[in-house]
Design a protein around this ligand. Sequence first.
Ligand SMILES: [Zn+2]
Length: 199
Amino acid sequence: MPVRIVSEWTRPVGRAPRPVGGPLPWEIAHHGVVGNIEESKPRLYLAEKVVDDISRRSREGAIRRREDMGLLLGDWAMDAEDDPYAVAMNLLTGSLDASPVAVKFKMEGLMKVAHDLDDLEYPYVIVGWYHTHLDLGCFLSDKDIKTQEGGFPHTHQVAVVVDPMRKQAAAFANGPEGHGSIWAVMKSYTEWGGVERHE
Ligand SMILES: [Zn+2]
């Protein structure tokens, strides 16, 4: 996914209590990556609205035999123990060039995403991306890892893969072993207090 960064700014990472997390409507798949499902704290919280968007879009895509994708926007923070977590508040997407085994944004789709980003009424952070696999299971392909490396290389950026046909999902974070090498625990949430910023 070619994305050109035209401006960047940095800001300190805030501390904020984690949202209260609930289950997701998918079986959580994990294979071939580092991390223990039982011991790990959630790395990514998806707003219920985002979960609903992904559920609906991924099912519609499965019916049309097309993969789906989108950007996850939100914020990230440290909890009281200095463990980072990301919060996805919105899913943005646009027109796609999609087949049963591949997906990318069309140019006009990327333009729409750029416009939608401008319209977000909070200082968003791109916390990751989502895409679907159709009955292939949830993993990162070599191409997915390249996308993660090129577009989402930071600690707080996660790749979410949903397989609507198997009703499975998984999330992958960046770790010392490489981009997308850490299995990340995901939860849904309904409310989050957010990070207090003094600017
Ligand atoms: Zn993929």
